[in-house]
Write a protein that binds this ligand. Structure first.
Ligand SMILES: Cc1ncc(C[n+]2csc(CCOP(=O)(O)OP(=O)(O)O)c2C)c(N)n1
Length: 250
């Protein structure tokens, strides 16, 4: 019998702790598949951030380092500069990357650090039970915006890909989604490309992956996917915001 589907080598056997309907697990798998397919597991170092994915070091079967909240791009910068032949990625939520870690990511992108950033945008602080994130949508009810986010009180949600695209440093910026299987496949391709960019020493690559948080959104897993498609995708348009390889015709 042929094996047609199996766990990627870059995932351990540890059972993930994610809530039903959360797409962190799918995104872990896509990252692991990309590392497997490029054959770089032995030289890869992942940087786990703080948030629901804090235990990523238990789930990825490669070298992992834990960073303080928001500081993953700085930790990744250090690892990559000391070990330039390694493949270094960060895995960060939107609270981690776009709130406490905003300065870190902007400067790593501006420096054009040759690292891969997986940015999981679920529009909320998941781990700490649903406070408003910089990416929470207008009108979105969270623990700290119980009547819904308003421009008057909280300002506008931050579009990270668009913001980083104002810098000259990044080599690859793209936004993908996990709301259905077609988009999950596209997300996998983007994540693989973000690792290839690093392999080719082209510089900073970030993939923003729209993700669910059904428990803190107060929805069933199915409704959370639908809400993501109907509300997050229109505000956070999917697509490529920078691709230096496009100019080269690759
Ligand atoms: C210095 C510091 N401040 C605050 C916290 C509390 N904290 C832990 S996770 C988190 C937010 C995580 O949200 P996000 O990055 O969106 O990831 P998610 O859990 O949604 O995947 C916060 C504020 C902390 N651990 N350390």
């Amino acid at each position: 019998m042929n094996t047609v589907f199996q766990k990627p080598e870059t995932l351990t056997d540890v059972q993930m702790h994610y809530c039903p309907g959360c797409t962190h697990g799918i995104i872990h798998r896509l990252v692991a598949e990309a590392i497997d397919s490029l054959g770089v597991r032995e030289q890869t170092v992942g940087v786990a951030s703080v948030g629901c994915s804090v235990f990523a070091y238990d789930y990825f079967n490669c070298d992992m380092q834990q960073a303080a909240h928001g500081r993953a791009p700085a930790v990744a910068t250090g690892i990559k500069r000391v070990l330039p032949e390694s493949i270094v990625f960060t895995y960060q939520g939107d609270g981690d990357l776009a709130s406490i870690g905003m300065a870190e990511i902007v400067h790593a992108a501006a420096r054009g650090e040759n690292i891969t950033v997986i940015f999981v945008n679920n529009a909320i602080y998941g781990m700490t039970s649903g406070q408003m994130a910089p990416t929470s949508l207008l009108g979105q009810k969270t623990a700290t915006s119980p009547r819904g986010r308003t421009v008057e009180e909280m300002g506008y949600p931050i579009k990270v890909c668009e913001l980083l695209a104002t810098l000259d440093g990044p080599a690859y910026l793209t936004r993908v989604s996990t709301h259905d299987s077609r988009h999950v496949l596209q997300a996998g391709k983007a994540i693989k490309k973000a690792f290839e960019i690093q392999q080719q020493k082209k510089g900073f690559a970030l993939v923003e992956v729209l993700s669910t948080c059904s428990v803190n959104w107060g929805m069933t897993p199915v409704n959370a996917l639908k809400w993501m498609e109907e509300n997050m995708v229109p505000y956070y348009p999917l697509g490529v915001y920078r691709d230096v390889t496009a100019k080269e015709g690759n």
